[in-house]
Design a protein around this ligand. Structure first.
Ligand SMILES: *Cc1c(COP(=O)(O)O)cnc(C)c1O
Length: 426
């Protein structure tokens, strides 16, 4: 499949039916798998043979869909998780332990920010947050001897900053650590971070990949390009024997392309069990089959809506990385020349109250905390997710009181604009 273009991988990647086999990916709804000898099963438990024995660790349906996403990103190995949060947690925890340190862009999804700032801290892992456009000096100053990785989002949710992936990868590699990129918003249809030097990619597949608001899920993909053994002192979990698997050393046994995902599956899935259901993987795959078609429409609609908002005298400001007036337009053009995502943020003139009124007057566009599905929706953080904050606090965390986050679906753009227009006028 690797020779095919992204559109073909979306439709047919990961699964090839044999003669007389199901054309669609089968749902293997089974927790366990049968073996005729104890020795055969023992080999699986020792990681000496590959195969299935218990769906908490691996399931054929989930693996088939992971293989498709792996092809789409151009990686060496991949796994699905039960949510995007689980993907980010496993991606980090696979190479960090108590006493370690992470450098992360501050402009990331709120849930991930909380995971890093609060929950990882309780586990003894510290995070230094840097502005995605910080100076070289600030970037350098964030590193410590115990730093194990750099983290960022291609397009930040909800701030919509575009990350300079190449720059982040260069700095990470100069410090001998990998760059992990959450590529949820552009999807591999619009950006493939491995092509710009990222080492590991994560996704909340709950968003565009599923695309229909049907199944929560996540994915982790390894590029296979990071040489763990060259930094063996930093990554003992990958480069020294694992006693829970009879002394296997992942980086030796599974090589540069397989070590990271094998360890995350064999250790972290085994012990933490953040496993997706085969049915959820199947639903995700249905979404992936049309991802390239939908992303195009999401981006077309968002650009039309953003241009309309820019022309409206009732709108104070518009932020969409596809707009020429946007701060990160040049970065968006470099990393996502075919389009960015369907999410636009803007300010309604009149602040918190006017934005609240605008939201309530919408008819077609629904008020939801979700983004990135086929149906358009929007959120006013100041009266919902961030309602406990004062105007000053809101501005400090980059979510002004007038900010509306609008996720453009794949409906007709004129209908969306008409709904926005009547709501702004009311
Ligand atoms: C939604 C989201 C997540 C979390 O994913 P869930 O599937 O909700 O757990 C992580 N990163 C980004 C960029 C997101 O938008």
């Amino acid at each position: 499949m690797s020779e095919y273009k992204i559109e073909t991988k979306c439709v047919q990647g990961g699964y090839t039916a044999g003669n007389g086999e199901p054309r669609q990916v089968p749902i293997i709804q089974s927790t366990t798998f049968k073996y005729t000898t104890g020795e055969a099963m023992g080999q699986l438990f020792d990681l000496e043979a590959s195969g299935y024995f218990y769906s908490r660790l691996q399931n054929p349906t989930c693996d088939t869909v992971a293989a498709k996403i792996c092809e789409m990103e151009g990686g060496s190995a991949a796994m699905l998780t039960s949510s995007g949060m689980a993907a980010n947690f496993l991606a980090v925890f696979n190479i960090c332990s108590c006493g370690d340190h992470i450098v992360s862009s501050a402009s990331i999804y709120g849930g991930t920010y909380n995971l890093f700032a609060v929950t990882l801290k309780r586990m003894g892992i510290e995070v230094t947050f840097i502005a995605p456009d910080c100076s070289d000096e600030e970037f350098e100053a964030a590193f410590r001897p115990e730093t194990k990785l750099v983290f960022g989002e291609t397009i930040a949710n909800p701030a919509l900053n575009v990350l300079d992936i190449e720059r982040f990868a260069c700095v990470a590699h100069a410090h001998g650590v990998p760059l992990i990129i959450d590529n949820t918003f552009p999807t591999p249809v619009n950006c493939r971070p491995f092509e710009w030097g990222a080492d590991i990619v994560t996704h909340s597949t709950t968003k565009y990949m599923d695309g229909h608001g049907s199944a929560v899920g996540g994915a982790i993909i390894d590029s296979g390009k990071f040489d763990w053994m060259a930094h063996a002192d930093k990554y003992p979990g990958l480069c020294t024997p694992d006693d829970s698997y009879h002394g296997i050393t992942y980086a030796e046994k599974f090589g540069q392309g397989g070590a990271y995902i094998t360890k995350a599956t064999a250790q972290l899935m085994r012990d933490l069990g953040v496993t997706p259901a085969p049915m959820s993987a199947y639903i995700l795959n249905l979404g992936l089959e049309s991802l390239h078609v939908r992303m195009q429409r999401h981006c077309d609609n968002a650009l039309k809506v953003a241009k309309y908002l820019e022309s409206s005298d009732k709108v104070a400001w518009v932020n969409y990385p596809g707009l020429e007036s946007c701060r990160d337009y040049a970065l968006a053009q470099k990393y996502m020349p075919n389009g960015t995502c369907g999410v636009v943020s803007f300010g309604v003139k009149g602040g918190r109250e006017a934005a609240g009124k605008f939201m309530n007057a919408l008819k077609l566009i629904a008020i939801e905390t979700h983004v990135a599905d086929a149906r358009s929706c929007c959120l006013h953080p100041a009266t919902t997710t961030h309602r406990q904050l004062s105007d000053e606090d809101l501005i400090a965390c980059g979510v002004g009181p007038d900010l509306v986050r609008l996720s453009c679906g794949i409906e007709n753009a004129d209908d969306l604009i008409a709904d926005i227009e009547q709501a702004l006028n009311s």
